[in-house]
Design a protein around this ligand. Structure first.
Ligand SMILES: [Fe+2]
Length: 303
């Protein structure tokens, strides 16, 4: 049972985290409810075609420096500050810049999914320190997220904010065309062992502001980093999107051309902490805080 003082402290903390001013002063170089969606990359027909073919054939594509505009240093500094306060980096989604960033891939995602595609309320941010690892081998969703011809109904977009290489942890993937269980409903995950040859595993080293897009049934993971590396800790963010003409995989779906209000962002961030607690085993006080934030702003996400 919580002591009276602990309960009081928790109330103070909820008030603090619910307050836009707190987040503005936490990172004055980033903005909240000020930015407009005013930039997206214009991919040409050939780029769209090649990248869609990659996604359908091998389950992923890698855009090398496609032209994202993002205040990288400010975002990295803020993620570092969050980690130093023992807060998960997902709180970076309090800031406009993260919502602005997903929109920059809009012209490609319209071609890959559909013109009215939607953002899923599933996103995350990583700060993988030396010796730590990314998420273990998994599929983001079931084989039902693919059409018969392997065209995706939903996808994940992963963006490194630092160099991401084997030493500081990068993405590894079993390409779809080497995966014997790809686009099958069962088995899910690694229930029947690894579904390909070990030599088919592909490392996906990436530079900051590259973009990786993968289907939600491709097998992938973030590798263990070298505990003695001298690079920056790997930082990255991920978003998920789905077609508009299928049932929602999670609620509430978000229009990619609308930046959620501050209150809605807080509710969504809280939702992430709750739904990904099993990946990290977050401490009870953090989960309690997330639940309280979600409760406070529940009405902003119950649409
Ligand atoms: Fe994943």
């Amino acid at each position: 049972m919580l002591l009276k003082k602990e309960i009081e402290n928790q109330f103070l903390l909820i008030d603090k985290f619910s307050n836009k001013n707190f987040w503005e002063s936490f990172s004055p170089s980033l903005e909240i409810e000020k930015k407009k969606l005013d930039y997206k990359i214009n991919f040409n027909k050939k780029e769209n075609k090649e990248n869609i073919e990659n996604v359908v054939h091998q389950g992923y594509t890698h855009f090398k420096n496609p032209g994202l505009k993002i205040p990288l240093d400010h975002i990295k500094r803020t993620i570092k500050a969050l980690s130093e306060k023992n807060l998960p980096p997902v709180f970076i989604f309090a800031y406009d810049e993260l919502w602005n960033l997903q929109y920059q891939m809009n012209s490609f995602l319209k071609k890959l999914l559909d013109t009215e595609y939607l953002q899923l309320p599933d996103f995350w941010a990583w700060n993988v320190k030396p010796g730590q690892s990314g998420w273990k081998p998994h599929r983001d969703k079931s084989g039902g997220t693919l059409f018969e011809d392997n065209t995706p109904k939903s996808i994940t977009v992963w963006i490194p904010l630092t160099k991401a290489v084997p030493d500081n942890s990068c993405m590894y993937i079993l390409p779809a065309n080497h995966d014997k269980f790809y686009n099958l409903e069962k088995p899910f995950g690694l229930d029947y062992g690894f579904p390909g040859d070990l030599t088919d595993i592909r490392a996906l080293p990436a530079e900051p502001k590259d973009v990786l897009v993968w289907t939600q049934h491709v097998l992938h993971w973030g590798s263990n980093s070298n505990s003695r590396h001298v690079l920056e800790p790997r930082m990255s963010i991920a978003y998920e999107f789905q077609r508009s003409d299928i049932a929602a995989y999670n609620n509430p779906l978000i229009k990619p051309n609308e930046i959620p209000s501050f209150e809605k962002r807080m509710a969504l961030i809280a939702k992430q902490i709750i739904q990904y607690t099993h990946m990290y085993g977050f401490k009870d006080d953090l989960v309690a805080l997330a639940k309280a934030l979600l409760k406070k702003f529940q009405q902003t996400v119950s649409n």
